[in-house]
Design a protein around this ligand. Sequence first.
Ligand code: GTR
Length: 414
Amino acid sequence: MEIAAQDILINRDETKVTAYKLPDPLLGVDGKKVTDPQQWTQQQRGAMLKLFADNVYGRMPAKPGNMAFKITSVDSFALGGTAIRKQVTIFFTNTASAASMDLLIYLPKSAKEPVPVFIGLNFYGNQTINADSGIRLSTRWVMNDDQIGITKNMATDASRGKDAGKWAVEEIIKRGYGLVTAYYGDLEPDHPDGWKTGIRTTMKTELSINENEWGAIGAWAWGLSRLMDYLEKDKAIDGKKVVITGHSRLGKACLWAAANDERFAIVVSNNSGEGGAALSKRWFGETIEKINTSFPHWFAPAFKQYNKHPEKLPIDQHILLALMAPRPLYVASAADDWWADPKGEFLSAKNAEPVYALFGKKGLGVTDMPPVDHPVGETIRYHIRTGKHDFTLYDWQQYLDFADKSFGRSSKHQ
Ligand code: GTR
């Protein structure tokens, strides 16, 4: 019997958190401990990734052999003449009914060489991330939202720039980085029946996968890797310097994409919470049962077996974070975002440290959560920002600084 979402016990009292045990990321299936980076890279990494595929997100299909990219518009005087705006459609196959994804790209006009870029999916269509009237309006199904100006699940001009607060495009350009985004609904509309019109159905033959072998998060993550396929071909972009990010449910997709695809050079999780950076076995905020009930389409069906038994999960999200090693990883929380369990996100980052240590990389450098607005850490970095569940200018500034440091750049005064 399905349990109504309101009957699921949710805890937001730190003193009530029950005892839990985290699996050791370095414990091999043969019972032996992994002690060097080669063992991690050649055996353990794959074994851990498979546990996430089998138990949480489902299988990740390979890249189709016949993708096509079409540049649909270029404007060299975008954003007041500071940026080049490019729009590109990725066709996942070359058949007539090809599923596709529309990219919106901003690159700094001043660039003298291929630029590093931030990439991430957006919630309501490319036109919502900036008021730039040249952005193509999404024609796909979109979630209704009064604040964004979307009714009847269709985007109109009323939605232009309405989610711009989450996308610090001008700041990114000013710092010499590009931004690449796509609407997540191009891959799968975010509702329980979305799989019927998304790539889990339309691409099932080409990708040799049934819809129940993965979930919507898997489909979104797969799309991020296809976006990366395009970036590697664009000469204006430095494909070795791609920072992948995402907020909330799209932070979950970002982490799953980066765990599978090591071409992403830096990984940034913004308020990704349950099924993202937060520990699942820690009873605080959203739970496995709650997320699988509210969003039955997000994860692979196999994840539901843990609804009442998170303790039986053979992995936890610190191991997902460890799969980013040795790449720079930033995990961020917000103080008023108890639903995403900031402490569970911090502890997850903390418990990924032993894998980074194998590579001689330093993690957070602290044992307790830092005060608000005080980022900590080296190759694994963490902050808890003042305020609510959101992706703010403060967050972007920390990520830009982190990217500068990791790439050995200095972009602050460009
Ligand atoms: C919430 C969900 C979270 C998070 C969030 C979002 O309703 O419970 O896991 O994904 O949505 O994506 O904004």
